[in-house]
Design a protein around this ligand. Structure first.
Ligand SMILES: NC(=O)C1=CN([C@@H]2O[C@H](COP(=O)(O)OP(=O)(O)OC[C@H]3O[C@@H](n4cnc5c(N)ncnc54)[C@H](OP(=O)(O)O)[C@@H]3O)[C@@H](O)[C@H]2O)C=CC1
Ligand SMILES: O=C(O)[C@@H]1CCC=N1
Length: 267
């Protein structure tokens, strides 16, 4: 890609994306620039990724063809006010923030700005991210494809209607956190039965990775895949029954509902 990518905000999510982009070589390091609030963060990312950094958001806005707003939702208005007169005429503004709509971006800029709303996740760091995205009408299909090309450098992308974007954090943006809880719980359960801690993490994490791949690559319904593991009268169905008694699936759905409720109130 022959574009300059700017990040305003260089926290956990931006760093995962930067690492994914740098590893994929989709863009030379010299064409990535990031700003943050503190020198400490910038020193860290400079040391780790050797990209260009600046303490000044306007400096990033001035050079970016694709400008990624990677600050918290409630900082968007402030940041946009700071940079609105500096962006390139054809800049594409991408937000990664939960709960920030295309309309919020357009309203804050007060012009017909090209805007893309995305929801990535931290597995971008290892090239296994999942990003949902949608764009406003000021972007051409070609421009949106360019943004998708950038995001596929660190994982998969899926276009999602904007009206569903508030629900996406609960299923893919935030959900790695629930999966880490699951892996940690499985590892604790293993340790409780005498399996050494490091082996327990490896066994649990690879089982989760393998199960996810089965869903993605075989196309078989997750219920049927579960059935294949449950030998009649065997051990697995006992574990499944215990999970059902403890409302495992209900607990996940309730958690997702809480997540989306919060997303809608983040601004
Ligand atoms: N974490 C995740 O898994 C995901 C997060 N997101 C979204 O990403 C965004 C950032 O979240 P996350 O990375 O977790 O948060 P962090 O707190 O890790 O990062 C926030 C970043 O914003 C910087 N910052 C704060 N104020 C300013 C400012 N005025 N100008 C420029 N930079 C500023 C901070 O600088 P400094 O480091 O110097 O303090 C920090 O680098 C949020 O909108 C969130 O919804 C989306 C998907 C997943
Ligand atoms: O916790 C949050 O608000 C952000 C959104 C998705 C993941 N982290």
């Amino acid at each position: 890609m022959n574009k300059t990518i700017g990040f305003i905000g260089a926290g956990k999510m931006a760093q995962a994306m930067i690492e994914g982009i740098v590893k994929s070589h989709v863009i030379p390091k010299e064409k990535i620039i990031a700003s943050a609030m503190t020198e400490k963060t910038l020193e860290k990312i400079k040391r780790k990724y050797n990209i260009v950094t600046s303490l000044h958001n306007q400096e990033v806005a001035r050079v970016a063809d694709i400008l990624i707003l990677a600050v918290k939702p409630d900082l968007h208005e402030l940041v946009i006010e700071e940079i609105q007169s500096e962006i390139k005429q054809k800049a594409i503004i991408v937000t990664i923030a939960a709960g920030i709509s295309l309309m919020d971006i357009e309203r804050a800029f007060g012009t017909k700005v090209r805007a893309v709303r995305t929801m990535p996740n931290t597995p971008a760091l290892v090239g296994e991210g999942m990003t949902a995205l949608c764009a406003n009408d000021y972007l051409s299909e070609e421009e949106l494809l360019e943004v998708e090309h950038l995001f596929t450098s660190f994982g998969q992308t899926e276009r999602v209607e904007e009206k569903l974007m508030d629900a996406v954090p609960s299923i893919s943006g935030s959900s790695p956190a629930y999966v880490y809880l699951l892996i940690e719980a499985m590892a604790d359960g293993g340790v409780r039965q005498g399996i050494p801690r490091e082996k327990a993490y490896r066994l649990a994490a690879q089982a989760v990775l393998g199960a996810a791949k089965m869903v993605l690559e075989t196309g078989i319904h997750p219920g049927e895949l579960k059935d294949q593991v449950c030998t009649p009268g065997g051990a697995t169905i006992e574990a499944v029954a215990a999970l059902e008694r403890n409302q495992f699936r209900g607990a996940i759905m309730t958690a997702m509902e809480s997540c989306t409720k919060k997303v809608k109130s983040l601004l």
